[in-house]
Design a protein around this ligand. Sequence first.
Ligand code: PMP
Length: 354
Amino acid sequence: MEKWEEYVRRVVPYTPGEQPKETDVIKLNTNENPYPPCEGAKKLLENYNSDDLKLYPDPACTELVDAIAKVQNVKPENVFVGIGSDDVLSMAFLTFFGSDKPILFPDITYSFYDVWADVYNIPYKTKPLDEDFEIKNEDYLEPNGGIVFPNPNAPTGVYKETQEIEKIIKANKDSVVIIDEAYIDFGGQSCVPLINKYDNLLVVQTFSKSRSMAGVRIGYAIGSEQLIKFMSDVKFSINSYTLNRLSLKLGVLALEDTDYFNKTTQKIISTREKTKTQLESLGFNCLESKSNFIFASHKSVSAAKIFEELKKRRIFVRYWNKPRIDNHLRITIGTDEQMEKLICALEEIVACED
Ligand code: PMP
C-alpha cells in the first residue's frame, strides 16, 4: 500500500438504478416520470441562445427560489435549492447532523442516507419498520442527533399522515427533522405548512418525479429562515454556482404550468391504482402506495426470478438483494401502454412458474 492511501477517505458509494444504453426498453426502475417536461420547457430548448451560457448563473438562484416560494406559499427566505434533492439532502446532512448522538432513520428506506452518514462521519442508528412496513413513532422518541425519512417512504411507497409526523417533530425539538418528500405529489399531503410551527423541520422536494425533470437536476428544501441560512452558509463554502442557467429557467417554467403538473400527476395516480388491481389478480401482494411506484411481492414466484425474466423481455424494474426486501420488486409507474406490456410479461412469467 502506498503511504498516501492511508489518508484516503474511503466510502462505499450509493448504487443508482441502472440506466440502460438501449432506448427500446421499458424503464420502470428509477422512478422517473414517463411523461415529458411541460410544453414551455420544450419551447425554451428549441429557441435557446447558447450565448447565454457564457455567463455564470445567479448564485442565489433568485428567480427559481421566488417561483418555488410562490407555489409553496412560503417566503423566498424559506427556500434552499440544489442539484437534485440528493444534493440538497447531502447539504442538509452536512449542515445539521453534527452531534455525537446518532441520527435515526428506518432500516428500509432511501439507501443514500447511510452513505451520506458514512461520508460525513455522522453516527447513525436504523429503526426497523413494523411488519406492515410502517414507521413506528415510538422508535423516534429517544435522544438523537437528527431524524430523516421519506414520506411516502422509499422503496415501499407507504405514506404516513402529517398528524403522525407532527408528533415526531414535536417530540424532537432539540434536533433537526428532515422529511424527504420526493414522492409527495402522488397523493400525499405535504408537511411544508408545519415549517411555520417548527423551526427544526426541513422538508425536501424534487423536480425529478412529479415535474418530469430528473435529467435537469433540481431539488429544494423548505424550512425556517434560520435553517435555510445555515444551509446556504455551508453551500457557499463549497460551491457558489450550483444550478446552471438553463436549469434555472426550466425549473421556473415547470412551476408555472400547474395544469400540466396536475394532469400528469393525476394520470400517474390512476395508472398506479389500475396496475395495482391487475398485479393483485396475478397473485402479487402490493403495499398501499402514495408514490409513483408499487412495491410488490408474488405469492409463489421469487422477486429475483421475476426481475431476471422481465429483464430478458427488456423491462427494467428495481430489485434489492437485501434483508426483508429480497422478495419484493419496486415497479415505477409508466404510461398505461407500458404498464399493459408489463402485465402481459408478468402473466407469462407467472404462468410458467405456477
Ligand atoms: N429521495 C428519495 C426518497 C428518492 O427516492 C430519490 C430518488 N432517487 C431522491 C431523494 C433523489 O432524487 P433527486 O436527486 O433526483 O431529486
